[in-house]
Design a protein around this ligand. Structure first.
Ligand code: GLU
Length: 485
């Protein structure tokens, strides 16, 4: 059982899933898929003050929207929370007894102790530490109370918490799969709280108890949890439990190289779904810290990513979040999509034939999903609106000349048989050769031609548009262009 690969994504339901959380989920998913292991979703809601209503549903929906299927964990069944898997419950607030049991075991073995210090006392210590410029932390007041006295006070119902008895000397060493050897000196570590006065565990205790109970083989999580690692390792040792492997993922940085924050970009993962394809977002997120060490950047699906994924190829340094890279990848994903599926996704009511004909053209300029209906509009509409000025190529001031050129194009196109319209390559070469034969430049001929067809300052080239529009509409649009003079 222990040799199986089992990983978990363990978010707290504190609001929308952020980009960083999505990356942690993705890496766990990819690692599980690559190694034919299990991917588990566990909800860490022991900090009840921070949990938000509907937070669990939100996480499930976001993972579903990105197609990150998990093998075990909370699920939504007919809109209600349910679970799948044999290691549940998967929501920590439903597992309190396991944490209380573990805490009792630790106290019995003298690895932890009840602490009766009041909030006021703790506050006083903190103030003094600040005054004296000392590092913050618990001063160990209750650490060495005689055990008979502690037991008596607990029995009498005195309010208390449970703290871990961190060794005072020596250090904890670990071998992180990404960071390599890491050591933590114990003198810098305080006696962390394991169980709070209300019987709820802290993140640390619950996390270790559940990773053990759920037979997690690899803990893959954000770097911000690295400072907690020595405590977790000490807990495994104190409880005499086998230890999982650990991999701490690099930070995601904003363009200013500081931790990505709301000021830089949207941080809620689901906000990106409005503009980009889910697999493009996953492709982009996967490359935030992971480097396949090849030239490949485009990964059509998470399955392709999983095939190459390797924890050893994750960088230690922070990864910079660059929106332009997402746009770049999204463009490739848009092109790789089936035009019919894509048209439906962006709400274009086109026939399959129209999808094949028009969508590739819209994709020429589209960066976001919402750009597609906008960029295709000029092809679908009967009337394009633009000013005569737009027909004028740069460096040409003579309206007569432009009108003449458009007329020449019109008359030439009129003679091209409908059948030649079907082969874009030939169609283009034919026109280019003709322009040359007329001793004209491409710029002076193709600019007004393209504007007459698109009405836009920027658009795909006129050959593509003409082929998509067909002969009749092409001629009509050129005629309307001529009529503007
Ligand atoms: N609940 C923690 C979080 O919200 C999980 C950390 C871990 O994976 O151990 O990030």
């Amino acid at each position: 059982m222990k040799s199986e690969i089992r990983v978990r994504f363990a978010p707290s339901p504190t609001g929308s899933l952020h980009i960083g959380g999505l990356r942690t989920a993705l890496y766990n998913f990819l690692f599980a898929r690559k190694n034919h292991g299990a991917f588990i979703l566990r909800i860490e809601d022991t900090d009840q003050k921070r949990s938000v209503l509907g937070g669990v549903e939100e996480i499930i929906k976001t993972l579903n929207a990105f197609g990150l299927k998990y093998d075990e964990g909370p699920i939504l069944k007919n809109g209600r929370l349910d679970e799948k898997g044999d290691s549940g419950p998967y929501v920590q607030s439903k597992r309190l007894k396991f944490y209380q049991e573990a805490a009792s075991k630790l106290v019995a073995k003298n690895f932890a102790y009840p602490c009766f210090c009041t909030v006021e006392r703790l506050e006083d210590i903190r103030k003094q530490q600040v005054q004296k410029n000392l590092p913050p932390g618990y001063d160990g007041f209750c650490r060495d109370l005689p055990s008979a006295e502690s037991q008596e006070r607990v029995k009498k119902g005195e309010k208390h918490i449970i703290r871990f008895k961190m060794p005072k000397t020596g250090q904890t060493d670990a071998d992180d799969l990404i960071r390599g050897k890491v050591s933590f000196k114990h003198i810098f570590l305080e006696d962390a709280v394991l169980l709070k006065a209300d019987g709820f565990p802290t993140y640390h205790l619950a996390n270790v108890v559940d990773d053990h109970a759920m037979a997690i083989s690899h803990v893959i999580r954000a770097e911000e949890w690295l400072p907690s690692l020595p405590l977790h390792i000490q807990l495994y040792q104190a409880l005499n439990w086998p230890m999982p492997e650990f991999a701490h993922l690099p930070l995601i940085l904003g363009p200013n190289r500081k931790k990505l924050s709301k000021r830089d970009n949207d941080t809620a993962a689901k906000d990106y779904l409005k503009d980009y394809l889910p697999n493009a977002i996953l492709n982009f997120i996967a490359l935030l810290g992971w480097n396949p060490k090849t030239n490949q950047e485009f990964y059509p699906s998470p399955e392709n990513l999983a095939a190459d994924f390797d924890l050893k190829k994750i960088n230690r340094a922070g990864a910079i979040f660059e929106l332009k890279k997402l746009i770049y990848l999204n463009r490739q994903h848009l092109r790789a999509q089936d035009p019919i599926v894509l048209a439906e996704k962006v709400g274009l009511g086109l026939s399959p034939a129209e999808c094949q004909k028009f969508l590739p053209l819209a994709l020429d300029r589209a960066e976001k999903l919402s750009d597609i209906p906008k960029s295709i509009n000029f092809l679908l509409t009967d009337e394009i609106n633009y000013s005569k000025d737009l027909l004028m190529p740069k460096h040409i001031n003579s309206e007569t000349a432009v009108k003449e050129n458009l007329t020449l194009i019109h008359d030439f196109l009129k003679e091209i048989p409908q059948t030649a319209w079907n082969n874009q390559g030939d169609f283009k070469n034919n026109i280019l050769a003709w322009i040359k034969s007329q001793n004209k430049t491409n710029a002076e001929m193709l600019w007004p031609f393209r504007v007459a067809l698109s009405g836009l300052e920027k658009s795909p080239d006129p050959f593509e548009i003409a082929v998509a529009l067909g002969k009749k509409k092409t001629l009509q649009r050129v005629e309307k262009g001529i009529a503007k003079f």
